[in-house]
Design a protein around this ligand. Structure first.
Ligand SMILES: [Mg+2]
Length: 334
């Protein structure tokens, strides 16, 4: 069997039994946004890692080295955010092809350092080696969380409200413009491309959700709404209904879809890399969490609810209901 037949998540299911847990302090291993280890009754250690490969995840000339450095760290901080944690240390390993010079690499690290400063993250080391072909970037980030305020994927309850911490689909629309450049006005193209090349980790948002004690589960939307909501549903043993009319679509996204005469729904459901958080909120506390979000400077947007019947359904603007099959980004299948 080839990896493209199994897919990333089929592969993870297959190797999970081989990822051995040999100590009693592991709260979560493979399969959540971060691994979680209990350090003391009051403290969890969070660890996450992400791999970015040139030509699979990005092209070098899509963005500056500075921007790429920022993104390599940001996508890991997003996983810490999804667990409601506070990031602490980063370790950066790169395999560098001969064509990238030292100035480029310095700019890459400067991009990472600027974001690290913003969130008070230490960059403590890593490994550097030569690559014969593509640039390979691996970042590991550690963080801490309060055990009573740590968010997992598997505790969503039927009747919980599904809410997100920002607009969906912008990154996929930006990627579309990077892959197939078109003469689109800058006011439309720039914010979408920026969303793709320079995602903002929703750490403040994750902390608001964690502190609310009203969020039963959370995940960051890295692979796409359909896939990531699918992970929460599968791991929590619930289903979901989402409402097209409630999905947060940005003005540039709507305008680009109109220009290209496409339905933006595919970007929104299956695009990925938005790095906003999806949260499962107790319905009786939704207003309180929305108020807490507003006072922390962000908006929590209700898009649907969890139900006890398995499967994800989308209620279209027309009133018609369709089943959604998780088919977000899977590198082995595209
Ligand atoms: Mg994640």
């Amino acid at each position: 069997m080839k990896m493209k037949d199994l897919g990333e998540f089929g592969f993870i299911d297959r190797i999970a039994p081989l990822c051995k847990i040999n100590s009693g302090d592991v709260i979560r291993g493979i399969g959540d946004d971060c691994s979680v280890v209990s350090l003391s009754p009051d403290l969890y250690l969070l660890v996450t890692t992400d791999l970015l490969i040139e030509r699979v995840h990005f092209l070098v000339d899509w963005q500056s080295a500075h921007t790429l450095g920022g993104k390599a760290l940001a996508v890991n901080l997003s996983d810490i955010a999804a667990c409601g944690g506070i990031p602490r240390d980063a370790f950066v390993s790169i395999a560098v092809p001969d064509r990238l010079n030292v100035d480029w690499l310095e700019d890459f690290y400067r991009g990472m350092a600027d974001l690290a400063d913003k969130f008070k993250v230490n960059i403590l080391g890593g490994d550097t080696t030569r690559s014969l072909t593509d640039l390979v970037i691996n970042v590991v980030v550690t963080g801490f969380s309060n055990p009573k305020e740590t968010l997992f994927r598997n505790e969503a309850q039927p009747e919980d409200i599904i809410a997100v911490s920002g607009p969906l689909g912008n990154s996929a629309a930006g990627l579309e413009l990077l892959l197939n450049p078109r003469p689109i006005p800058d006011t439309i193209a720039s914010p979408l491309i920026y969303a793709h090349i320079s995602p903002r980790p929703h750490l403040t948002e994750g902390r608001t959700l964690a502190k609310s004690h009203a969020c039963n589960a959370a995940i960051d939307i890295s692979d796409g709404l359909s896939s990531d909501l699918g992970h929460v549903c599968k791991q929590s043993g619930v289903g979901a209904i989402i409402f097209e009319e409630k999905l947060p679509l940005s003005e540039p996204l709507i305008k680009l879809a109109r220009e290209l005469t496409v339905d933006p729904l595919d970007w929104v459901l299956n695009g990925g890399e938005d790095y906003v958080l999806l949260a499962s909120i107790r319905p009786d506390q939704l207003t309180d969490v929305m108020r807490a979000a507003a006072s922390d400077g962000w908006e929590l947007i209700e898009i649907g609810k969890f139900v006890s019947t398995p499967g994800i359904k989308l209620v279209r603007a027309s009133g018609e209901t369709t089943a959604i099959v998780p088919r977000g980004w899977d590198h082995f299948k595209y």
